[in-house]
Design a protein around this ligand. Structure first.
Ligand code: SF4
Length: 62
């Protein structure tokens, strides 16, 4: 599972980083970015939770 944050949709609310701090961080622009390209097996649930919790649907997975 790969994750990516669409910078055009992200509003920098920080919810994803709060849910999954190992997977997301806010960058210098105040927008979220994925810390890893590939989500480790044990973090998949967190990644899905973050995706579902994102108010703008900015997190996409492949
Ligand atoms: S939850 Fe969505 S809108 Fe909020 S910081 Fe994360 S990617 Fe951006």
């Amino acid at each position: 599972m790969k994750i990516k944050v669409n910078q055009e949709s992200c509003i920098g609310c920080g919810a994803c980083a709060a849910i999954a701090e190992d997977l997301f961080e806010l960058n210098d622009d105040g927008l979220s970015q994925a810390k890893v390209a590939e989500v480790p097996e044990e973090k998949k649930e967190q990644a899905t939770e973050a995706m579902e919790g994102c108010p703008t649907g900015a997190i996409v997975s492949e």
